[in-house]
Design a protein around this ligand. Structure first.
Ligand SMILES: O=P(O)(O)OC[C@H]1O[C@](O)(COP(=O)(O)O)[C@@H](O)[C@@H]1O
Ligand SMILES: [Mg+2]
Ligand SMILES: [Mg+2]
Length: 281
């Protein structure tokens, strides 16, 4: 039953992705409002949110829709599942025409919820091609999405065992001394790949092996990324692919936010690099 619900949810996401992509060119402008995290919204953020909500409302298993762009939960049916979504991730990249994503979490509890309540998570990457990565039951698959078509290209995606890249967010002068020291070591060993969209950056870690961090910074001790909409789902995917997640001290999946839009420091990647990070912090 859960399997069927998960596959219906991600079919709905795959069906909607081409329309989201097609809507981007005309929506690179400010919408005029702010989201609950206090960030200004682009027309594309708001439009992608409405497209996903309308489509997920048609999936019987979904009872509640909760978006990074909306203050509170929206009741969309009688189903028992909650879908949390970052409709457009990395939306500041729209101005410079760089990678964007959509992040999707499927919880079997109302939010706020711990990462243990996730039954599946996935993302769409709007790069030169559109791909979708989904984690469920410990297996991660990658598909290529074209209009109306979903072709699985990897049916058991795992993190490469030899890491080669890293990508760290935040301004260097704003990093803590402990994170700066760790970063200096990592910089001397690996190649920098940072694009400013969590989906794009984590997808590179899943492809090449390495570490992505958006750490706690001096001006924002909880970091930038939101637990329910960004950190939990990406941690679930990376852990299912054989890697590790950390908020600096524990798996991100062990965090239960007290408020749905709450933020957390995020570190995702190969075991060895996350272990080293936890000992440095
Ligand atoms: O611009 P910065 O500080 O590098 O932040 C980039 C981070 O912020 C985000 O863009 C936040 O996501 P949204 O675009 O959904 O708000 C992440 O995708 C990315 O990892
Ligand atoms: Mg985001
Ligand atoms: Mg967003």
């Amino acid at each position: 039953m859960a399997d069927q619900s998960v596959s219906q949810i991600f079919s709905a996401i795959a069906d909607t992705a081409p329309a989201v992509r097609a809507a981007l060119p005309g929506r690179r402008v400010e919408y005029g409002g702010e989201n609950p995290s206090g960030e200004s919204q682009l027309a594309a953020d708001v439009y992608a949110d409405s497209l996903f909500k309308d489509r997920l409302e048609q999936v019987d298993a979904v009872g509640t829709y909760f978006s990074e762009e909306e203050e509170s939960a929206v009741a969309v049916g009688d189903g028992s599942l909650t879908v949390a979504i970052d409709p457009l991730d990395g939306s500041s990249n729209l101005k410079s025409n760089n990678a964007l994503g959509t992040i999707v979490s499927v919880y079997d509890e109302p939010l706020p919820a711990s990462g243990d309540s996730l039954i599946a998570a996935g993302y769409v990457l709007y790069g030169p091609i559109t791909t979708m990565v989904v984690a469920h039951d410990g297996v991660v698959t990658e598909s290529v999405l074209t209009d109306g078509n979903q072709e699985v290209v990897k049916d058991d995606l795992t993190l490469p065992s030899e890491p080669t890249i890293y990508g760290f967010g935040g301004r260097i002068p704003d990093w803590t001394p402990e994170f700066t020291e760790y970063a200096r070591e990592i910089e001397s060993e690996f190649k920098l790949r940072y694009g400013g969209s969590m989906v794009g950056d984590v997808n590179q870690v899943l492809t090449y092996g390495g570490i992505f961090s958006y750490p706690a910074v001096k001006s924002a001790p909880d970091g930038k990324l939101r637990t329910q909409f960004e950190a939990h789902p990406m941690a679930y995917i990376v852990e299912a692919a054989g890697g590790k997640s950390s908020d600096g001290t524990q798996s991100i999946l062990d965090r239960t936010p007290t408020e749905v839009h709450e933020r957390t420091p995020v570190h995702l990647g190969n075991d060895e690099l996350i272990d080293r990070l936890e000992s440095s912090l």
